[in-house]
Design a protein around this ligand. Structure first.
Ligand SMILES: Cc1cc2nc3c(=O)[nH]c(=O)nc-3n(C[C@H](O)[C@H](O)[C@H](O)COP(=O)(O)O)c2cc1C
Length: 367
């Protein structure tokens, strides 16, 4: 099934079983796309599929409770894809069965993580240069589960091994039912830009759905990538941290509707809602860090934003933090300036160093 508006695809289905409507997908992000963040994104609207943080098969199959916690999700998060990473084909297979048992709609295999520790264990983007093992893993999983199996890859290992087309064909042959491609090589990390020509080549080479990933930070950008490359969907990662409204904005554009620009008040309410969601889900000590992270991104490019962020760093307690948030977001000067700046300003104001991706690149295997 494929839906479209005047020639442009607006939805697709994975294995005729999981509709992705609209074709705007929240990218998996370790340390970010936990259940509260995913629910926040769903509530804001415009997202067709969400993917969890990556989950270690070593942790899962050795009964690590913290790893098992990563599998929790609520019905309102559906359709939901749970991503696993690892190397050992038997453990990958067992972990995939657990993912099916907890009721996920999709099982996704990580073949893109560039973190040293993950690669040392043989998983993540290491599998892009160990195709016999990748084949073994995928065939084993395919035989063991009945939910769709999808794979997320990078364009290749390095400039000398850009093999996403070859890998994509292998994935399709092994029964993979969707491929997501981040158009950077492992060695690139987050340098340079995502090469959407490579992503388009993958789309041409296979008949299963292909989703593109990398550097989509505006709703216009999302539609342009869909249009130029013919991919079935786009994944949005960092752009959704900076602007969680990006999905509903892109969906409005797809529908030729006026793009609703969030007011400062709406951003304030989103922060409060996020607070409610994490308060019910996380231990107290984890809350300030998460709140500060969202506030940081929301106030980039706004007057007094730097001072405000500094003041958050000095906050000693959650009530104090919430008080500072309230006084900043209701300050008339900020309200006026925010109305002029619009939502894309946060994304533009973020320099490369400020993105959370360094954490992912250096990620330790979750305990
Ligand atoms: C903080 C962070 C954590 C990430 N964690 C994962 C992950 O767990 N699994 C994965 O496949 N990709 C992960 N990624 C990669 C993203 O899914 C995405 O492919 C990449 O960031 C490029 O897209 P973007 O420019 O929209 O962020 C992560 C990226 C970031 C920034």
């Amino acid at each position: 099934m494929v839906s479209s508006v005047v020639g442009m695809t607006t939805g697709f289905s994975i294995a005729d079983r999981v509709p992705v409507e609209p074709n705007l997908i929240l990218a998996p992000m370790a340390g970010v796309t936990d259940s509260p963040f995913r629910r926040l994104i769903k509530e804001l609207g415009g997202v067709g599929l969400i993917v969890t943080e990556f989950v270690s098969v070593e942790g899962l199959t050795r009964g690590n409770l913290r790893t098992h916690r990563l599998l929790r999700f609520l019905p309102e998060e559906r359709p939901i894809s749970i991503q696993i990473f690892g190397y050992d084909d038997e453990r990958m297979r067992q972990a995939a069965e657990v993912v099916e048992e907890v009721g996920a709609d999709i099982l996704d295999v990580n073949c893109g993580c560039p973190a040293k520790k993950v690669i040392k264990g043989g998983g993540g983007s290491n599998l892009l240069k160990d195709l016999p093992q990748l084949e073994k893993i995928l065939k084993g999983i395919r035989r063991s589960i009945s939910i769709p199996m999808t794979v997320k890859i990078r364009s290749g290992w390095n400039d000398n091994l850009v093999n996403c087309v070859e890998v994509a064909k292998l994935i399709e042959d092994c029964g993979g039912q969707m491929i997501a491609v981040h158009g950077r090589t492992k060695e690139q990390g987050y340098k340079g830009s995502s090469d959407w020509n490579r992503i388009a080549e993958v789309k041409q080479a296979v008949s299963i759905p292909v989703v593109g990933s990398g550097d989509v930070v505006t709703p216009e950008g999302a539609l342009a990538r869909l249009d130029e490359t013919g991919v079935d969907g786009v994944m949005i990662g960092r752009g959704a941290i900076a602007n969680p409204f990006i999905f509903r904005e892109a969906q409005a554009l797809q529908r030729r509707e006026t793009v609703p620009v969030p007011s400062l008040d709406e951003k304030y309410r989103v922060i409060l809602r996020y607070y409610e969601l994490i308060r019910d889900d996380l231990p107290d000590k984890a809350i300030p860090g998460k709140l500060k992270q969202l506030c940081n991104y929301f106030t980039k490019g706004l007057p007094g934003g730097a001072d405000f962020r500094q003041s958050l760093l000095r906050s000693q307690s959650i009530p104090e933090l919430l008080e500072r948030v309230e006084s900043y977001f209701t300050d008339e000067r900020v309200v006026e300036a925010a109305a002029v700046a619009g939502s894309a300003s946060a994304v533009e104001a973020l320099s490369e160093q400020e993105w959370a991706c360094d954490t992912y690149c250096a990620a330790d295997e979750p305990a």
